[in-house]
Design a protein around this ligand. Structure first.
Ligand SMILES: NC(=O)c1ccc[n+]([C@@H]2O[C@H](COP(=O)([O-])OP(=O)(O)OC[C@H]3O[C@@H](n4cnc5c(N)ncnc54)[C@H](OP(=O)(O)O)[C@@H]3O)[C@@H](O)[C@H]2O)c1
Length: 244
């Protein structure tokens, strides 16, 4: 169960190698002991969490949706889950994805289909428990299609809308959904990309997320300035936007 400050006892990170996911876990266990489960495609490569009370590394592939039922049954059979961080994702290469249907589908399968499957399995099980929090790492890229990353952005737009719906559906169930819309975060995902304006760090995303734990449904923009910036960009006529 979460403590009086909303801090969880058993944390699961789906996409356990994610630098943002790791930063969120590190920020929590620095405050309070917790059991940590990192779930990823190659468990042996998943990192250490030195301050965790216990650490388990398990195999999980977001795109193998047919295996998700058994995976989440086993995860919840081992004990209550207080916090699930949906951290997996691929950015892909826009130029490749525009030409190669398989590359475009991989982005959509991971970021949207895999997330929809995982979130449905998780939210129903947390509601059955009667408590728990889900952190969903969406992106500002889902707010407006951009020439440089529209395939990735479309997958995040789908995830973003799904997460908004999940927040509505979770009302009264005891489950909170923290919907995170980071801008450009300096991690291995973006190592080969030119930093965008308002670029931030995984630690800054973690601080913003931890501040909202235990408060029910929340939507978090990181950095916060992106909320009005994206509002303005969405309000611009396409002709003006194209000229920028
Ligand atoms: N970095 C940014 O600028 C930024 C901005 C906004 C939102 N986000 C979102 O935040 C989340 C975390 O990003 P990050 O920057 O921490 O990226 P990251 O360090 O590259 O982590 C992404 C993780 O997703 C895992 N993954 C990819 N496909 C998977 C699959 N099919 N099944 C299971 N795991 C899979 C990767 O595992 P492998 O080691 O197996 O590849 C990797 O550990 C992502 O959803 C990303 O889209 C990132």
């Amino acid at each position: 169960m979460n403590d009086a400050f909303g801090l969880p006892s058993r944390i699961v990170v789906l996409g356990g190698g994610s630098e943002i996911g790791q930063a969120i876990v590190a920020a929590i266990v620095a405050e309070k002991p917790a059991d940590v489960v990192l779930a990823g495609r190659t468990p042996v490569t998943l990192p250490d969490v030195p301050a965790a009370r216990s650490l388990e590394r398990i195999e999980f592939d977001a795109t193998a949706t047919e295996s998700h039922g058994a995976f989440f049954d086993s995860l919840f059979a081992a004990g209550d889950v207080d916090l699930v961080v949906l951290a997996f994702g691929v950015v892909g290469e826009q130029a490749v994805a525009e030409q190669d249907p398989a590359a475009a589908v991989e982005i959509a399968m991971t970021n949207y289909v895999g997330a929809v499957s995982s979130l449905t399995h998780v939210s129903t099980r947390l509601a059955a428990q009667g408590h728990g929090t889900i952190v969903v790492l969406s992106s500002v890229a889902g707010q407006k299609a951009r020439r440089s990353n529209s395939v990735y952005g479309s997958s995040k737009a789908g995830l973003d809308a799904f997460t908004e719906g999940l927040q509505l559906a979770s009302l009264g169930t005891g489950v909170g959904v923290i919907h995170v819309r980071p801008g450009f975060v300096k991690t291995k995902m973006t190592a080969n990309l030119k930093a965008a304006p308002f670029a931030t760090t995984a630690e800054a995303v973690a601080t913003a997320v931890v501040a909202e734990l235990g408060k029910g449904n929340r939507t978090v923009w990181v950095p916060a300035i992106l909320r009005p910036v994206m509002w303005l960009i969405r309000a611009m006529p396409p002709r003006v936007l194209r000229s920028l």
